[in-house]
Ligand binder design. Structure first.
Ligand SMILES: NC(=O)c1ccc[n+]([C@@H]2O[C@H](COP(=O)([O-])OP(=O)(O)OC[C@H]3O[C@@H](n4cnc5c(N)ncnc54)[C@H](OP(=O)(O)O)[C@@H]3O)[C@@H](O)[C@H]2O)c1
Length: 237
């Protein structure tokens, strides 16, 4: 249904959870997927699954978004340029939950870590990749938001603040790129999904009550292929 043949798509946090499912789904629909993440073993296992299924050969790019600098993102963009010459899709999916703590007690180093991975990394990665995406005939950037990205809720701390900011960044970028590029920028809120992050956020709840990542992929495919811009979608609507 969704044609991603010959599309080059980068997925962050591709080794686990929603990112893993998204990478496999994009590959299943014909895309060449660049698997970015910090745990090489997990990335290799996604790579192998894509290969065994006979989908286009993926690529692995290990990077720790916590420590990566602007220079590291430039290096990544240079590598993509050499290998592919352009980038058609960018799914910003990697994130950490941090702790669920009142702001008054929130650990300062933890605050910086969450902001670095959830907000600064997507900014730096986007900035480094924009030239490559301008070379695509039809490019899509997807930011990942959350239920706590529009209405603040006690104890969700840095995670929630980072997701509010992600929505803002999406809107700014969508507005800036709309008239003079072929790059569309949107966000997606996965809703409750059966992953390690969800289990950490709701330790007392039964993970079987929420869908696995594979069940929420249609809006991800839709955003990779449709021509909408500047919208915040819910994956489970
Ligand atoms: N699950 C839900 O119910 C839910 C709800 C709303 C929003 N979301 C959002 O959906 C996205 C995916 O969440 P998820 O539930 O799939 O989480 P997850 O299972 O915890 O997976 C997160 C992914 O991000 C990667 N990652 C974390 N820190 C990283 C770092 N420093 N450098 C590189 N990669 C890093 C992880 O790599 P490792 O595996 O190597 O650690 C993992 O692949 C996140 O943006 C999250 O905020 C999820």
């Amino acid at each position: 249904m969704y044609k991603l043949t010959d599309r080059i798509i980068l997925v962050t946090g591709a080794g686990d959870g929603i990112g893993r499912a998204a990478a496999k789904t994009f590959a299943e629909n014909g895309a060449t997927v660049i698997l970015l993440g910090r745990t090489i073993k997990k990335l290799e296992s996604v790579y192998d699954e894509i290969e065994q299924a006979g989908h286009p050969q993926a690529a692995i790019y290990p990077i720790d978004l916590e420590g990566a600098t602007a220079h590291d993102y430039e290096q990544l963009a240079n590598t993509l340029d050499k290998e592919f010459g352009r980038l058609d899709g960018l799914l910003h999916n990697a994130a950490i939950l941090g702790t669920l703590t009142p702001l008054e007690l929130y650990d300062i180093n933890q605050w910086y870590k969450v902001m670095q991975i959830n907000l600064n990394a997507p900014f730096l990665l986007t900035k480094a990749c924009l030239n490559l995406m301008k070379r695509s005939s039809d490019a899509s950037i997807i930011f990942t938001s959350s239920d706590v990205s529009k209405q603040g809720k006690a104890y969700w701390g840095a995670y929630s603040v980072s997701k509010f900011a992600i929505e803002g960044m999406m809107q700014i970028l969508a507005d800036e790129l709309e008239s003079n590029t072929k790059i569309r920028v949107n966000s997606i809120n996965p809703g409750d999904v059966r992953t390690a992050m969800w289990a950490a956020a709701y330790p007392a709840k039964d993970t079987n009550t929420v869908p696995p990542p594979e069940k929420i992929m249609s809006q991800y495919l839709y955003l990779m292929t449709s021509d909408i811009n500047g919208k915040a979608l819910n994956a489970q609507d």
